[in-house]
Design a protein around this ligand. Structure first.
Ligand code: ZN
Length: 295
């Protein structure tokens, strides 16, 4: 009887130990799996992102800053045929904040200065290839130059109604290219700090200028841009805290280099771009732009 009780007790202990062992094992394996999957997401490789910088799209006389609609068509066809997908600024911001994924071969397509032909001539080509793009406008051009001589594809700038139409297309996002700092002749060069200007004065001048366009965009479009394109790619490091403080999430430069996008929102500050000169063929331009990833 005593022996029988002891055997029962022994078996009970054995079963309890086995159960504890099994539970510990389960916790260990599940924990290891969770740890491994979070380690994998932390180890995601940065994604190469080429950024194209266009300006005007017009029929005649391609130049360093003008491509023909046929060249634009040929570029987007090349991108599609070579597996690239256009991504929006919003997708990039979401991605860097840990949400969503990027396509295998993303490309960001941008236009500077706010030419009317971005609506009249470029938009139909983007619709044809189901792609999206950013147009960074100059506030004073839209306020003064555009209404004075609107809707000529050769030389007009976008009016506020045109910008609304671009936004309504669902294919375009709008960036700030300064209100009145798009000048490289006398005095200030683009929105760079001037020689002898105090840091405080510079920050205040930049903030005042950018605020004009942000406020007007909010009133005219119900939307304030979170993308900023440096005029002529002229950058002062003192501009960065101003732009961050104003809520900009993406800044665009003119250095011709590949970008690498990680889950860190900071990687969207200072995206480098390749100017699409109309003097190059699609093949020449694309080979240059993608040489770091297609090699
Ligand atoms: Zn410009």
């Amino acid at each position: 009887m005593y022996l029988c009780c002891n055997i029962k007790k022994f078996l009970r202990l054995l079963l309890t130990d086995a159960a504890i062992f099994a539970i510990c094992g389960l916790v260990f394996f599940v924990g290891r799996k969770v740890f491994r999957s979070s380690a994998t997401s932390e180890e995601e490789s940065p994604v190469p992102l080429p950024v194209i910088m266009y300006h005007s799209v017009w029929d005649t006389s391609p130049s360093e800053y003008v491509v023909t609609p046929e060249q634009l068509d040929s570029d987007l066809k090349w991108l599609r045929d070579n597996g690239y997908s256009s991504v929006s600024a919003e997708e990039l911001v979401r991605y860097t904040h840990g949400q969503g994924a990027l396509p295998d071969k993303p490309v960001l397509i941008t236009f500077d200065d706010g030419h009317y032909n971005n609506l009249s001539d470029a938009l139909p080509v983007f619709e044809k290839y189901d792609m999206c793009f950013i147009v960074s406008v100059v506030g004073s051009y839209t306020d003064s130059l555009a209404p004075a001589d609107p809707h000529c594809s050769a030389y007009s700038y976008l009016t506020w109604e045109d910008i609304s139409a671009l936004l309504s297309s669902g294919r375009a996002e709008i960036g700030n290219h300064t209100y009145a700092m798009h000048s490289n002749s006398a005095g200030r060069k683009g929105c760079a700090r001037m020689n002898g200007e105090s840091e405080e004065d510079y920050r205040s001048a930049l903030r005042d200028d950018l605020t004009l366009l942000q406020t007007e965009s909010a009133a005219e479009l119900g939307y304030s841009p979170f993308i900023f394109a440096y005029p002529f790619g002229l950058i002062s490091r003192e501009s960065v805290p101003v732009l961050r403080d104003m809520g900009f999430l993406i800044t665009l430069t003119c250095y011709e280099r590949m970008n690498y996008i990680s889950r860190d929102p900071d990687c969207l500050f200072g995206l480098d771009r390749f100017n699409r000169s109309g003097l190059l063929s699609t093949e020449e331009y694309m080979t240059r732009m993608t040489k770091d990833i297609e090699a």
